[in-house]
Design a protein around this ligand. Structure first.
Ligand SMILES: [Zn+2]
Length: 238
């Protein structure tokens, strides 16, 4: 049997409940509104750079008979560039922060071990939604005379070219640096990245003077500072 229960002042109570619910709803909505506004502006101002210290693990890159490994300088330099980028608020992701590679023991089909390693670095940049990809290398030549830093971009990428020029124009300000210009190229890593990408060759290990400088902290700092400045300029930051 159902009983009719009469609550005194029931009407007033339900009106009060509706009012409270309404206020709560408005509060929740306003929080969401502000939240999404914050997220939107955050996404707009966000700059993400993927720093890729070339080689690593099984792949030493260039080696000298003095026992200098390109992969070690590349990693040290990426760490330094990250430090110099920090104050600008540019987010940095690194493809590796230790001596490792991303290659299986052997290639599969026509894809070489090296390509699998590079594909992994490219995929990492895409996952991180990086705006730009900066691969750090050190050169070696058969002659001992060649020296100086060079920046390469993919010949089909206008923004890649602008990024390379921004970086190279800072690098040539380093005292004693020769005045090379950014160059178009068709390297695998810059051809296959979705975002603007550059390869920076910091100098030549085959040149005794530059080999010595490339291993010294004061010179690495000069290079790293120049590259960080070039990246900031690309994003329109001071
Ligand atoms: Zn290299």
């Amino acid at each position: 049997m159902r009983r009719l229960v009469v609550i005194p002042g029931g009407r007033l109570k339900s009106a009060a409940i509706f009012f409270i619910l309404g206020v709560m709803g408005a509060l929740v909505l306003s929080v969401f509104w502000q939240g999404s506004a914050v997220v939107l502006s955050y996404a707009k101002d966000r700059h993400v750079v993927m720093l890729d210290p070339g080689h690593g693990g099984y792949d030493p890159g260039a080696i000298t008979k003095q026992g200098v490994y390109e992969k070690d300088i590349n990693l040290k330099m990426a760490n330094k560039i990250r430090e110099f980028l920090n104050p600008s608020g540019i987010e940095v992701v690194q493809s590796r922060d230790e001596d490792e590679d991303f290659a299986p023991d052997r290639g599969t089909g026509k894809t070489t071990k090296k390509q699998i390693d590079l594909n992994h670095r490219i995929a990492l940049a895409e996952q991180a939604k990086a705006d730009i990809f900066v691969s750090i290398h050190v050169n070696a030549a058969t002659t001992t005379q060649k020296s100086g830093a060079e920046t390469f971009y993919h010949f089909n990428s206008e923004s890649g070219k602008r990024l390379a020029e921004n970086i190279q124009s800072e690098l040539i300000k380093i005292p004693g640096m020769n005045r090379r210009v950014a160059k178009p190229a068709d390297f695998y890593i810059i051809r296959n990245t979705a975002m603007p990408a550059v390869v920076i060759e910091l100098g030549y290990l085959s040149n005794a003077n530059e080999r010595s400088k490339l291993q010294q902290s004061w010179y690495q700092d000069q290079l790293a500072k120049a590259i960080a400045k070039g990246i900031a300029t690309y994003f329109g930051l001071p």
